[in-house]
Write a protein that binds this ligand. Structure first.
Ligand SMILES: C[S@@+](CC[C@H](N)C(=O)[O-])C[C@H]1O[C@@H](n2cnc3c(N)ncnc32)[C@H](O)[C@@H]1O
Length: 230
């Protein structure tokens, strides 16, 4: 039984893909991210969360339902995806009350959410703020090239005491049809078969004393908590 079996997304542009491709792993919400948000919401108002890579909107829709009018959801993805998502939220009343900020990027070869994340850091520093997100969920390109940098940027964007989640730690490009097409001719055989998100986790989080791992090392999804500065 899929999470969205009883939903009707007829006439929608992005969310309809959940029904079109029920077997796709993007068609189910990320429970770990939802649990982190539920935890934040038990004793907090003004919760600010980020999802880097929204897929078909399966997680995003549930996140938006958990947030209230004092809260902000930041979604990062290609413009086509986010424009379709914005269309769906206009077209159907899902009872969403929180503020939504959609940060689009182009599909040019080297463009990604990292450009928007870096601009947000500059703005944050100008305002003398230390952190923007109470929780950030990285589920984007799944390459060392994009997500090594994304983690470095997100480590600054996550507030003290906030959460950073990485998905698909043991995913490889060669294991998946989309991944094989994406990496073909651009990556070495070693890179095609490497766990690129594990590489990112090991390099930038496992040895960082400011981040505590809340999940065991063999978890498919990793959750880290940023320590509170003394
Ligand atoms: C696995 S899906 C995300 C699933 C989603 N987090 C969920 O739980 O429903 C990965 C997303 O990352 C986005 N993505 C991949 N590379 C990107 C890039 N260079 N710039 C922006 N978005 C990218 C894809 O468009 C896709 O929507």
């Amino acid at each position: 039984m899929g999470f969205y079996d009883n939903y009707n997304f007829d006439g929608l542009k992005l969310l309809a893909k959940i029904k079109d491709r029920p077997e796709n792993y993007c068609s189910e919400p990320c429970e770990e991210f939802l649990n982190v948000i539920k935890h934040l919401k038990t004793n907090r108002r003004n919760v600010s969360v980020a999802e880097i890579g929204i897929g078909f909107g399966a997680t995003a829709l549930q996140v938006l339902n958990l947030l209230d009018s004092d809260d902000i959801y930041y979604g990062f993805d290609f413009a086509d995806n986010l424009n379709d998502f914005a269309h769906d939220l206009q077209a159907r009343d899902f009872g969403i009350t929180c503020e939504i900020f959609l940060a689009t990027n182009t599909d040019k070869m080297f463009d990604s959410y990292n450009w928007n994340l870096s601009n947000m850091i500059f703005q944050m520093r100008e305002r003398n703020e230390a952190g923007l997100f109470d929780a950030a969920y990285l589920d984007g390109a799944h390459t060392f090239l994009h997500d090594g940098l994304a983690v470095c940027l997100l480590k600054e964007l996550v507030k003290d005491g906030g959460f950073l989640l990485l998905d698909d730690i043991f995913w490889t490009l060669e294991s998946d049809q989309w991944g094989r097409g994406y990496g073909f001719g651009k990556m070495t055989d070693e890179q095609m078969s490497d766990y690129q998100i594990l590489r990112v986790r090991k390099l930038f989080l496992d040895n960082d004393p400011n981040f505590e791992a809340l999940t065991p090392p063999d978890s498919w999804r990793a959750i880290f908590r940023k320590c509170v500065a003394k």
